[in-house]
Design a protein around this ligand. Structure first.
Ligand SMILES: Nc1nc2c(ncn2[C@@H]2O[C@H](COP(=O)(O)OP(=O)(O)OP(=O)(O)O)[C@@H](O)[C@H]2O)c(=O)[nH]1
Ligand SMILES: [Mg+2]
Length: 372
């Protein structure tokens, strides 16, 4: 048996489908009897992704309070913690979706300084196809400002393998146009198109990242001033809400209603949503399971990605919102949206618990190294 754990990094912009893919890959490996450990990451704390992955029964460590590059030592510590608890043969790590320069600041130092403990897989960067059609100028529609798009395009540039996710959302013609635009900007780059929810083309991608090693290459040029300015345009909000009711309520319906209420308010404030995600876990005594809802842009209907399908009387809701907007705008949208949604459920009491909203700080990586 190989004593080294394989570290698989699945990156990509906010809402690209990383957690959904991590979940699927983890199940795929577990089904073959391979021990898996997961690591989530965020600028704040109280993460929907962690709640979702833990609800699937996977050993999951989270690194809050900064991206992997700025919290490199925490990433190594989290991996060691997983090793001590579950001895995973594969560790799948999901970096925060506003992070780039992962190869120079994370995978290269991981190989160089911790190569005795880890092998490093090619880095995948997931790309939401609807967002990409707009960002690459193939189709018209809402997108982010140039400095945010700078991060978006740099993420794709540093990918070992670019993965167009959610390909079920496009017909062949639009997918071909997107591939053409991407291939023109990133010549020679390996581009796959997959759908995790439909199970399309996953085998080739999973085989690549579970078998091959990351190839050494020169570091990507990155202007940290523009990167920091792009991150600073994003508003971040993480909160937890205690919900309880005398009359049992439908958790799925509550999440959908809340997402719509917040969406309406953000839209009227011109906030460009990158990802609004929520998870509701019923308190112990009501069985396992979790409900989750996602919204990845202003002009789609919120998607109930995990259904609970049973009435709840008490539980904890985690809400994570990232948008191009001032944090105060997000704060008002969430507070007012929560009050409006709660009113629609008789006897429901929703109490805000943890609440943080901010703009991500300037990225200051632990290691800045030149991969060779
Ligand atoms: N149609 C479709 N939707 C998908 C697919 N994969 C993921 N999604 C949806 O995309 C949304 C975002 O998915 P996540 O996996 O949470 O995205 P993420 O990249 O982890 O998001 P952040 O961690 O916030 O950056 C959810 O509504 C998912 O259900 C897919 O293959 N097809
Ligand atoms: Mg995620």
């Amino acid at each position: 048996m190989n004593p080294k754990a394989r570290c698989i990094m699945i990156g990509g912009f906010l809402g690209a489908g990383k957690t959904t893919a991590v979940r699927e890959l983890a199940h795929h490996l577990a089904a073959q009897g391979i021990r898996v450990g997961l690591i989530t990451n965020d600028q704040g704390c109280h993460l929907v992704d962690t709640a979702i992955l833990r609800s699937q029964g996977f050993a999951t460590e989270e690194i809050p309070g900064g991206c992997f590059c700025c919290r490199f030592n925490s990433l190594v510590d989290a991996s060691k913690k997983l090793t001590a608890s579950t001895q995973p043969e594969v560790i799948i790590a999901e970096p925060v979706g506003s992070c780039t320069d992962l190869v120079a600041t994370v995978t290269y130092p991981l190989r160089r300084f911790h190569g005795d403990h880890f092998t490093v897989a090619p880095v995948s960067v997931l790309v939401d196809p609807i967002r990409a059609l707009r960002a690459f100028g193939v189709e018209k529609g809402d997108t982010f400002s140039d400095k945010v798009l700078y991060i978006y395009f740099k993420q794709i540039e540093e990918a070992d393998v670019v993965v167009i996710s959610k390909c079920d959302l496009l017909d062949q013609e639009r997918l071909a146009l997107l591939r053409e635009a991407m291939a023109a900007k990133y010549r020679g780059k390996e581009i796959l198109a997959v759908s995790v929810t439909m199970g399309t083309n996953l085998e080739a991608w999973f085989a690549h990242i579970t078998r091959d090693e990351q190839m050494a290459r020169t570091a990507m040029d990155l202007d940290y001033q523009i990167y920091a300015a792009g991150e600073a345009l994003l508003g971040w909000l993480n909160c937890t809400v205690q919900v309880s009711a005398i009359t049992p309520f439908d958790a799925d319906a509550l999440l959908q209603r809340l997402a719509s209420e917040i969406q309406q308010r953000l839209r009227s404030s011109n906030a460009q949503v990158a990802h609004l995600k929520m998870a509701l876990s019923p308190d112990a005594g009501f069985g396992g399971g979790i409900a989750a809802v996602n919204l990845v842009s202003n002009d789609v209907v919120p998607e109930l990605s995990i259904r609970l399908e049973k009435p709840v009387t008490r539980g904890q809701l985690i809400l994570n919102l990232r948008a191009e907007a001032a944090p105060d705008v997000l704060g008002t949208g969430v507070r007012d949206g929560l009050a409006a949604a709660a009113e629609a459920f008789p006897t429901l009491v929703a109490t805000l618990d943890h609440f943080e909203h901010f703009r991500p700080g300037k990225p200051t990586p632990t290691h800045i190294a030149s991969p060779r």
